[in-house]
Design a protein around this ligand. Structure first.
Ligand code: FE2
Length: 257
């Protein structure tokens, strides 16, 4: 028999308890969500149960290698999610840009940034997404670009909608864009999510709330930037990403989508 689906009240109580018990203030401040965060139900099944293996020998050696993507692998069209089909997608057109930085605040240049997201109705163009919201024939929701000489990335897309998921009864994810960054070394690999300011769903979402430090959580929320908005065209959001160090952008605990 299926266990009874928890209510939002129970999940919210668990989130509050987890925040109170955020045992290691240093870890919390670094923004790393715990590997198992009970209110985020599926994390209990997927997190590693053995201690992580330290990079053997010279830890610096880990920093020397990294994936390499060339300019010929990525075209300008890849960064415009509104121009990948014959027609334009439905939704609020937005520009999302920011700088990718390392722990010393240096721009991380020429690196691959990938994004994926739901459409304006909150539906992914993915066979496993059964949310009964419309697919958009003009929106795939996948983009990528390379950071420029100042470490900047830039995407044109539509604002994604919130969507329901099966974590608990009446569970809805706040609108978000998934980001994957390779950085210049494997130790800088970051998979995370960007949120939109002022979303009323923040307190209810166990994935965002798995980052127990409020300051670290706020680093996952983009800023609306009126100067970045383009007249008659698009609203602008700015979101800087720090790959490692104490001010690092918190990773996604393990959301597969
Ligand atoms: Fe998602």
């Amino acid at each position: 028999m299926e266990p009874e689906e928890p209510t939002q009240a129970r999940i919210s109580a668990e989130i509050a308890a987890a925040h109170r018990a955020a045992a290691d203030p240093e870890e919390a401040a670094a923004g790393h969500p715990p590997r198992a965060f009970a209110p985020y139900r599926s994390s209990a099944l997927r997190h590693p149960r053995q201690p992580l293996v330290a990079a053997g020998g010279d830890p610096e050696a880990v920093e020397r290698g990294g994936p390499v993507f060339g300019v010929t692998d990525v075209t300008d069209l890849d960064a415009d999610l509104t121009a990948q089909h014959l027609g334009e997608p439905i939704g609020e057109r937005i520009t999302v840009t920011g700088q990718v930085l390392d722990r010393a605040g240096r721009p991380v240049t020429g690196q691959l940034v990938e994004i994926w997201q739901a459409n304006a109705a909150g539906r992914y163009a993915h066979r496993r997404d059964r949310h009964p919201a419309p697919l958009d024939p003009h929106f795939t929701g996948v983009g990528r670009c390379l950071t420029d000489a100042e470490g900047r990335y830039r995407f044109t897309t539509v604002r994604p909608g919130a969507y329901p998921w099966r974590n608990h009864t009446n569970a809805w994810r706040p609108a978000h864009i998934h980001f994957s960054l390779f950085g210049t070394a494997f130790a800088q690999r970051l998979v995370t999510q960007m949120y939109f300011p002022g979303d009323p769903l923040f307190p209810y979402d166990p994935i965002l709330q798995s980052v127990t430090d409020p300051a670290a959580r706020s680093r996952l929320v983009a800023a609306y930037d009126h100067d970045l908005s383009t007249p008659e065209w698009a609203l602008g959001y700015r979101w800087d990403i720090v790959l490692d160090g104490p001010a690092a952008t918190p990773p996604d605990p393990e959301d597969p989508r």
